[in-house]
Unconditional design. Structure first.
Length: 121
């Protein structure tokens, strides 16, 4: 399952198993509050990376109404099984992540894929 939220701009925002945030056109519905809920899993993924010193990241956070389940973990040494994409997972997440108000409230540094150093890709 992919967490989807309809944004005011008419797009569906998704936070998928790679940690990627994507969008696709959607014709109706949605509120700014619904779109803002996507900020929570994005910020939590970012927080988990920073809190572990770049060693682990929680992604693929699914759910609704701020109740999330079924996370996937990436780690620097791929210790969490086949779905753990390691450094590639970190890179893919930060390739699409845009820091949001929740990231800033947590004091997380602005980061993109190119700010990741010493990855074993």
């Amino acid at each position: 399952m992919i967490h989807s939220v309809v944004a005011n701009n008419g797009f569906v925002l998704r936070n998928g198993s790679s940690g990627r945030r994507s969008s696709a056109p959607f014709s109706s519905g949605g509120t700014a509050g619904e779109a803002a809920r996507l900020d929570v899993p994005q910020a939590f993924s970012h927080f988990s990376y920073e809190h572990t010193g770049g060693d682990e990241m929680v992604v693929d956070i699914q759910g609704s109404a701020l109740r999330y389940t079924d996370p996937q973990l990436h780690s620097s040494d791929c210790r969490y099984g086949r779905a753990d994409r390691g450094d590639k997972g970190f890179f893919d997440f930060f390739s699409t992540h845009k820091c949001n108000a929740r990231c800033r409230a947590l004091g997380l540094p602005e980061r993109d894929a190119h700010s990741l150093i010493d990855l074993d890709l």
